[in-house]
Design a protein around this ligand. Structure first.
Ligand code: PLP
Length: 408
């Protein structure tokens, strides 16, 4: 992979040549083709894809459909109409939980892991509170869902299982195909949701091979724009979801008694209102960008960076840091500097060294139940990072004796 050529495609670095960006798990930087695609929509298309009475409206609608289809291929869904545009993974997970509300009753069980991001915890707690169902936890060993013990927690009461295939802190991969096979063998009626917000760029997504029921992800973590994401579901299940948003474009009839409206088919019934059209154009370009590089190459490069970082940390910072996920393949490094609060380190790196990292619990607020320090530093790698970036990070930590002193 020609790292320099790739990096040159990200205008962020032209405008911030001295910054090192290690927060791609929170949001990735955007290549020029994504920015151009958004601009292209506003400059050339301008029209609403719901209005196809003009040539331009028709052209916008055609692009819109092509992008939906591109995303279908990217995750290997069966039909274009199973791809629902949302504002992001958080919205998608909320739509699933809200939409399933009528199917859940008192005593039912919803299973998640303790590593989930808030977006895959709170919608389920709210659903449980409203229906008197119970949220329970999937068994984990070495930070992965334990397939053997899984057989003991799936019962006739289990209605929903929702887990991330790549949790956003430690990043140990859960294999959706194996997990779903175990669950469905015991109880084929369980609805399985995979939060792919991180996994979408760290492993190939194949919803048919996995036999998943729903997945959720955001474009902004995979080189696309903010404010746009995907809810995918099996057709028959999407049709059972009660829409979270009602309004224009999603119904065929409203009667004046107000109570009775007929929903359109998929995807419209779950896409009320005018979509984020410009960012859908940008999203399409992000998928093209990934396909051009190939997802496999991106994943492999991130693994190499992670491995190099672990080696360098072990060689040069051994007595200074604690690493929590050294043997996770995924391109994130979770660590703390001994006896220094993570945010002090992150602020020191960010303000004195122009190295952008993330600190805290990374919105996975139950993580303290499975690792000793709830708050950590997360360095997340992407294709625009280099081995030299890692050398700078290591040097910035190694050369610092008094983090707080330097900042004052
Ligand atoms: N799930 C995971 C695992 C995440 O890492 C995130 C964001 O960091 C989300 C869900 C929510 O994504 P968004 O904020 O784009 O809706």
């Amino acid at each position: 992979m020609d790292y320099k050529k790739i990096r040159a495609q990200f205008p962020f670095f032209k405008n911030n040549p001295d910054q090192i960006y290690f927060d791609s798990s929170a949001t990735s930087l955007k290549p020029q083709i994504v920015i151009d695609a958004i601009n292209n929509y506003y400059s050339h298309y301008g029209t609403n894809p719901h209005n196809i009475d003009s040539d331009l409206g028709y052209a916008t609608n055609t692009q819109y459909k092509m992008i939906r289809s591109k995303i279908k291929h990217f995750i290997n869904a069966k039909k274009d109409t199973e791809i629902i545009f949302t504002s992001g993974a958080t919205y998608s997970l909320n739509q699933i939980a809200y939409g399933l509300g009528d199917l859940i009753k008192a005593g039912d069980e919803i299973l998640i892991t303790r590593q989930e991001h808030g977006a895959n915890i709170l919608p389920w707690y709210r659903l449980a509170a409203e229906t008197k169902a119970q949220v329970k936890f999937l068994p984990e060993t070495n930070f992965k869902i334990d397939l053997e013990q899984l057989t003991k927690v799936i019962t006739a009461k289990t209605k929903i299982v929702s887990f991330s295939n790549v949790p956003n802190i430690l990043g140990y991969e859960n294999d959706p195909r194996k997990i779903i096979a175990v669950i469905k063998k015991i109880n084929p009626h369980v609805i399985v949701v995979v939060d792919c917000a991180q996994g979408i760029i760290h492993m190939p997504t194949d919803v048919q091979k996995w036999d998943a029921d729903f997945i959720a992800f955001s474009a902004h973590k995979i080189f696309g724009p903010t404010g746009i994401g995907i809810l995918w579901g099996k057709e028959e299940l999407l049709l059972k979801l009660k829409p979270l948003i009602v309004g224009g474009g999603m119904n065929t009839r409203i009667q004046s008694n107000g109570a009775d409206y007929i929903l359109k088919g998929l995807p419209d019934r779950l896409e009320g209102g005018t979509s984020n059209i410009a960012d859908i154009f940008g999203f399409g370009a992000a998928i093209d960008f990934i396909n051009m590089l190939t997802l496999e190459e991106i994943i492999s490069y991130m693994h190499q960076l992670k491995q190099y970082a672990v080696e360098q940390f072990n060689q040069k910072l051994k007595d200074m840091v604690i690493i929590y996920n050294a043997d996770a393949k995924v391109g994130t490094l979770i660590f703390n500097v001994k006896d220094v609060f993570c945010q002090d380190v992150a602020t020191h790196l960010g303000s004195c060294n122009k190295i952008i990292v993330r600190s805290g619990d990374h919105c996975a607020r139950l993580i303290g139940e499975i690792i000793p320090d709830k708050n950590t530093i997360r360095v997340s790698f992407s294709i625009y990072n280099s081995y030299e970036d890692i050398d700078h990070l290591v040097a910035a930590i190694a050369n610092e004796k008094d983090f707080l002193g330097r900042m004052i």
